[in-house]
Write a new protein. Structure first.
Length: 253
């Protein structure tokens, strides 16, 4: 595919896999991330910006730079997110709740806010928001994360309605448990919170899917490239899980 693609949290994990997949498909890639070292490790031909997506001034500056360098945007992958605290709701500090909501929800909103005028002006494009299966089912001990990921689904469906008349599509991708460093942190925290071992929690997640396994970052990236392509030209307003089919969202042995 051709086109100009912005991926937030694009320097590592799922975002990096998305960036590599879009690059391999022939797109121009710009990654935004808070991690300066991870950005430095990205290919030189990618656009790169250190950005906190919960900071409106920083997001506005990012889109102004993209407009100046590229003259527009074809695909926004609003992928930035954090896991938030692992605790029962009564033990969650308001500050931790607010930080999780700020990155996961406010960040997606701010990127959509500044991308929408660019996409509408050219009369085409796609917005992809990364949610989670936690945004479809809820998840115990993860109230801030689940709440934010439910909320971005509502944001995505609303964007599909607002942008559709301008030729712009919006879809939401819900990854399940994704192999990688971020999920390792979740596994360790849940093991502590539930009095289980890391391996027990891991096996519980895998057993909670009909396919009995975790997904990998490239699985999410492949879906993103498809949804941004002309092959999905009439796919909009959809919430698509890439999770091996979650059948039990609360993994317990």
């Amino acid at each position: 595919m051709t086109g100009r693609v912005l991926i937030t949290a694009g320097a590592s994990g799922v975002g990096r896999a998305m960036a590599e997949a879009f690059d391999a498909a022939g797109a121009q890639v710009w990654v935004a991330d808070v991690d300066a070292a991870a950005l430095q490790a990205c290919p030189d031909h990618w656009g790169r910006s250190q950005v906190d997506v919960s900071d409106e001034a920083a997001v506005a500056a990012l889109f102004a730079e993209i407009a100046a360098q590229w003259g527009g945007l074809d695909v926004l992958c609003a992928n930035a997110g954090i896991a938030g605290p692992t605790a029962l709701v009564e033990d969650v500090a308001l500050s931790d709740w607010q930080k999780c909501i700020s990155v996961n929800l406010d960040g997606a909103f701010l990127c959509a806010k500044y991308a929408a005028p660019m996409l509408k002006r050219q009369g085409r494009g796609a917005v992809l928001i990364t949610s989670s299966t936690a945004g479809q089912y809820g998840y115990p001990n993860r109230a801030p994360y689940a709440a934010a990921k439910w909320a971005v689904i509502g944001l995505g469906k609303t964007l599909a309605m607002e942008l559709g008349p301008h030729g712009v599509r919006c879809n939401v991708i819900c990854p399940g448990a994704v192999e990688g460093p971020r999920m390792e942190g979740v596994l360790q925290r849940e093991a502590t919170a539930k009095g289980m071992t890391r391996d027990q929690v891991y096996q519980g997640y895998a057993a909670g899917t009909s396919m009995g396994r975790f997904v990998e970052a490239h699985d999410i990236a492949a879906m993103a490239v498809f949804l941004a392509s002309d092959a999905a030209r009439l796919v909009s307003g959809q919430v698509i899980a890439v999770d091996g089919h979650t059948v039990n969202p609360d993994p317990k042995l």
